[in-house]
Design a protein around this ligand. Sequence first.
Ligand code: ADP
Ligand code: MG
Ligand code: MG
Length: 903
Amino acid sequence: MSIKRVYTFGNKLAEGKADMKNLLGGKGANLAEMNLIGVPVPPGFTITTEVCTEYNKLGQEKAVKLIKEDVESAIKNTEEILGSKFGDKENPLLVSVRSGARVSMPGMMDTVLNLGLNDDAVEGIAKKSGNERFAWDSYRRFVQMYGDVVLGMKPESKEDIDPFEEIMDKVKEANNLEFDTDFTVDHLKELVTKFKAAVTKQTGKQFPDNPWDQLWGAVMAVFDSWNTDRAIYYRQMNKIPGEWGTAVNVQAMVYGNMGSNSGTGVAFTRDAGTGEDIFNGEYLIDAQGEDVVAGVRTPQEITLEGSKRWAKLQGVSEEERATKYPSLEEAMPKVYQELSTIEQKLEDHYNDMQDLEFTIQDGKLWLLQTRNGKRTGAAMVRMAIEMLDQGRIDEKEAVMRVEPNKLDELLHPVFDKDAMAEANVLTKGLPASPGAATGQLVFFADECEKYENSILARIETSPEDLEGMNIANGILTARGGMTSHAAVVARGMGKCCISGAGEIKIDYKARTLSINDETFEEGAWVSLNGSTGELYNGTIKTIDPELSGDFGRLMELADKYSRMYVRTNADTPHDSRVAREFGAKGIGLCRTEHMFFEGDKIVAMREMILAKDLKGREEALDRLLPIQQKDFEGIFEAMQDLPVTVRLLDPPLHEFVPHDEKGQQEMADVMGVDISVIKAKVESLHEFNPMLGHRGCRLGNTYPEITVMQTRAIIGAAIALKKRGINTHPEIMIPLTGTLAEMKMQEDIVRDTIKKVFAETGETIEHLVGTMIEIPRAALTADEIAKSAEFFSFGTNDLTQMTFGYSRDDTGVFMPVYLKKGILKNDPFEVLDQEGVGQLVKMAVEKGRQTRPNIKLGICGEHGGEPSSVEFCHRTGLDYVSCSPFRVPIARLAAAQATIREM
Ligand code: ADP
Ligand code: MG
Ligand code: MG
């Protein structure tokens, strides 16, 4: 049997179903499923994602050949259901051509509506609907959309004028018209003619009048849109593989623009911003397709309750609301009832929050899309816990429902309540995506990079703005509702957003934003509260968030299921405390070198490095010892009862010495030598490749007195705390081990010193001595190294650097190119390279356990907080991962998910 490439749906029948997303894309699979559960959906068919891949490989001609017959018979099936005919003069079938990948990529792929219209079909539509204006308006929209999406008429840059907009403006001007709705049938006819002429002028080709030509052109354009810059950028941002491809959905049109008894809208079964279990959404009367999300007209709320909330936020009086902006519940009570039954049915069916698109054609409701709705991190957590409490999902499912990286949003600072109360509110818009953001105003998405903290202010946003929206701290729009492009995308990104702040006027030319009489120039500081919709003048103080409520419960569940535990990388008591509050069960990496930079410590440190002999070094080290011990006391106290892994001095010494004249003179004065002596010493420390030079245990083995001092400080601190009744579990970690001998030599120094300290003080402290595994040779000979090391901690930053041979600090030039060209799928410094570096980790785990079955294993590289890497660590059998304090909850959740996936 040949491969099935086209799947039809319609009339409560469908060849596909919901779990075929990989093949049919999310949209196609759910259109099929909705048919199967009896939701009214216009008929049509889906061309599979595999055809997109075939198209990319074989080219257009061969790809069309593969599906031509199937598409023709699928159109026939649609025609039969509706009793209409593609391209017919009497009763023409019009379709939409829609993209749809496995996961939804909002605004990535362009949809063509009203396809099938030509000079004949438009007559048919006019006759059938008895509405000539509607027919010609649809035709006008179609030529425009098809020209933009398929024929490449859309202007490339923001300075260029859209040829269709220009024509419309001219016709308006010539006839003294203000709005699109003012066009008469004759104007619309004139527009169609002029649009087509513009197409011919710009592309040298006739606008295709044959519906089949139109259809094939649109299908290929959808396939092509998979590889636009925008789509590629979105995929990179969301780690979606380029080989998935998109499906194409061809679906009979329904018309929301047939007059006052028609409309179109978007709805959510729960609040995508806060997670509240409340049906909500927006609609527009006499509108089609993207009108609601494009923010062109002010959309109205679906429910009465939502409408009242909206009016209050917008300062709209009840009278004005009820007359000018009534809810769907009020305006079309019957349709509303049906919609609310369907939304409940869909949520019950999918057991997850649904994001719906619907259209009302002459009083009849049609569903055009459903999908698991995008949501903010906070909403994700709340919905998971509430659905658990409602008995819709079980504990494991609740844990799986939350994307670990999304928790990041809940860990960002929030506005301080007191500071907020005193702040100067400039205006209020809609609370489109919660959060707090402060930054400098910019008015163009591609200029968000100008400032370190930017707020993108736009009249409305469009898919081209995606990259800038991602860079900005927050987004502010003058137009558009809760389902506008800006709002939906911001919630997906977890970015703070205020939409529809109607009082603000943005002047793109002058680069100003004004509210009533006040004008703000580009670069002015403002603050947004995405949870209330309030815009403030200037900056507002922020405070750290708390891990409480639903978030706290989710974390408890995570710990209940995960096998690994999570530690943190922290060098200060403050960071240690933060991490503890986020649930860290110890420190996996405490870098001692950071401590030497503060205050006068650096002077003692420099003396040690610049000393001319052992005696000089020892004197300086004696001065450093009490300072270092104090540092450890602070950290051990913050982490009492929990293990703390302290890494001995690691970076090349030259990083500590002064390279500037002033610093060198200072050291010369302190040490009572001539500046030339200092200069010479600094020069002698120069290395061609410091990261591969005199660092790590190489330091401790050439200058054992450093290791002695650090060991004394660590154990000394533990003993000092013990005397105060505070329990500690120090673990001393030797960095950059490559051979057993260099590890052994360090181990001996450490153990010797500890013995001496115990003897001197008459106290003992439980402790471990182990090493980082970060040099490939150490991984390869881990069975040997484990003879000396009681624990391994994988330093995957260096391990990645040395396995790839990439200097981590020098990847800036080639890494973006490598990612763009697909040479690398991910930056291996962000996402652990399981295939290469991972093999070394695996090998070291196995070999280490061979020698020492109870060896303690963890990871302390940046990867310890990256979900896919955490999962790898779980599968590889590590005991714990360690990451920066703010990623601890993310790692806890990822660790739980890794365990549950294996169950
Ligand atoms: P996106 O993936 O960007 O949301 P869609 O394919 O869902 O794109 O379509 C864009 C808009 O066009 C949506 O508002 C949708 O409801 C509308 N639309 C798509 N197909 C039809 C159709 N057959 N009839 C009426 N409206 C449609
Ligand atoms: Mg779209
Ligand atoms: Mg859609």
